[in-house]
Design a protein around this ligand. Structure first.
Ligand code: SF4
Length: 471
């Protein structure tokens, strides 16, 4: 994000009870986030109730709008970008000096409407007359220079206010890029994003959200040298997520979350304390994986062997899982993550089963998935699949056998991460992980950090995955 957008979004975040006049910036992700926090968006100052708080967007407003806001006794939060404010001052200055102003830009854009509102004398300039030129801050800089050259043929151009630095720097970078394909991130209603698409000399892909990036990933990855750029109002997390998604990112990462007990023991606490910390780490890992474009996360939460643990620890784990379902339901829905629980469900307490089914139903429509292996064992899964094959009287092939497993629609894991220094697979995804890469780390699961995840992904990216072929 450019500094102007950053400042505007910060202001809106601090006034979530306010009415934003027009989109605070041209980015759907930002608007959705603000709406979810309570901000309301209106297109007309008359739609703001008298005495309420109004936020003027980064694009600025015409003086008439400001005057009307004052008449309505609105509390004004002015998020006009300093570059736009500079253009307004230039227009006023030309007007004071009696110099006609030419505004270059899209007449329907809020910024241009604001600038036109500053012009006190709308007469057309006559040939040879002195004029002032002010352009919309997000225009194509080359196009603006061309228009100014044209104007100079008929008029004496007294001064020009060009595009803002953030726009110019992005456009210069795109012009200089000599790769094969460019991914431009930003909303379609963002002028500066559209201009970046126009300026690029290579194949251009545009995406406004992660779902679109995920859809384009396959096509883009056919190109050797790929550039990524964004409009000035594109959130940083989206940018980072898209870049990570394009690098060699696994689609599916599975975790053996080991070390909760040792982590607690180191602190002189009971094992349950470690399990609670581990559950919090899990939710962070799910978020980080989402930011990196990883579509499936599978975790080994409770194995068929874990039933042999002391009864109070088993009961504690059942309670913790039930509590987690409750406490994390909202964040799974907010982050659009689908929950799947696989394993021998019949062994679980009835109430827990109902809680699982309820959350699975509520999240069923989402693409990103969190698969929790609970009362799960790799051998048990294979045995269950064999019994199902016998029940239906089917002689299986590798492909048809795969369809009898607990979650046949989920692609096999590309990477399995095990924490706490153990180097075993412990009966985890025995069939599915036949071709997975393994990453082992000494870090105990509750301490597993974003940096540890990136280290695992970098390790994965460094492997030569031939999967039986030759590359
Ligand atoms: S793109 Fe330029 S004018 Fe618009 S908010 Fe950013 S810095 Fe300001």
């Amino acid at each position: 994000m450019c500094a102007g957008v950053h400042a505007a979004v910060d202001m809106a975040m601090r006034h979530t009870d306010a009415y934003c006049l027009h989109g605070i910036v041209h980015n759907e992700l930002v608007i959705k986030e603000l709406e979810s926090r309570g901000c309301r968006f209106v297109e007309d100052i008359e739609d703001v109730p008298d005495g309420a708080t109004v936020i003027f967007s980064a694009h600025g407003v015409a003086p008439g709008v400001r005057a009307r806001a004052e008449e309505k006794h609105l509390e004004i939060v002015d998020a006009t970008c300093p570059f736009v404010a500079k253009s307004h001052r230039a227009v006023r200055d030309f007007c004071v000096r009696g110099i006609p102003v030419v505004v270059i830009g899209d007449p329907e854009h809020a910024e241009v409407k604001g600038l036109l509102g500053e012009i006190t004398d709308r007469r057309a300039p006559v040939k040879g007359e002195r004029i002032g030129v002010v352009c919309q801050t997000t225009m194509n800089a080359d196009e603006v220079r061309e228009r100014v050259r044209e104007l100079q043929r008929d008029y004496v151009v007294d001064g020009v206010v060009e595009v803002c630095n953030a726009t110019k720097e992005r456009q210069d970078a795109v012009r200089a890029f000599d790769g094969d394909a460019l991914l431009v991130l930003g909303s379609r209603n963002s002028n500066n994003t559209r201009k970046l698409c126009e300026i690029a000399k290579c194949r251009v892909f545009a995406a406004g959200n992660m779902e679109e990036v995920l859809k384009l990933r396959g096509e883009i990855s056919r190109y050797e040298k790929i550039g990524v750029t964004s409009g000035a109002s594109t959130p940083e997390e989206f940018f980072k997520g898209a870049v990570a998604c394009l690098k060699r990112t696994p689609r599916h990462v599975a975790f053996i979350m080991d070390g909760n007990g040792r982590w607690a023991a180191k602190r002189g606490k009971k094992r349950g304390f470690g399990h609670i910390a581990g559950a919090k780490t899990l939710m962070r890992v799910v978020r980080w994986c989402g930011e990196r474009g990883i579509q499936y996360v599978t975790v080994y939460a409770f194995s068929t062997e874990n039933w042999r643990r002391p009864a109070d620890e088993v009961a504690g784990l059942m309670r913790l899982f039930a509590a987690m379902l409750k406490s994390q339901a909202a964040s799974l829905v907010k982050e659009k993550v689908r929950l799947r629980v696989i394993g021998r469900r019949g062994d679980l307490p009835e109430k827990l089963r109902r809680g699982i089914e309820d959350l699975e139903r509520r999240t069923a429509g989402f693409d990103r998935q969190l698969v929790v292996c609970f009362s799960y064992g790799g051998r048990a899964e294979i045995v269950d699949a064999v019994n199902r094959a016998i029940e239906i009287g089917e002689k299986v092939t590798e492909a048809s056998f795969g369809r009898l497993l607990y979650a046949p629609d989920i692609p096999d894991p590309d990477l399995v991460v095990r924490t706490s220094g153990e180097r075993r697979i412990s009966n985890f995804l025995l069939w599915e992980s036949a071709y997975a890469e393994y990453h082992f780390t000494d870090v105990l699961w509750p301490d597993f950090s974003e940096g540890d995840l990136d280290a695992a992904l970098a390790d994965y990216a460094s492997r030569n995955r031939r999967i039986g072929g030759v590359k």
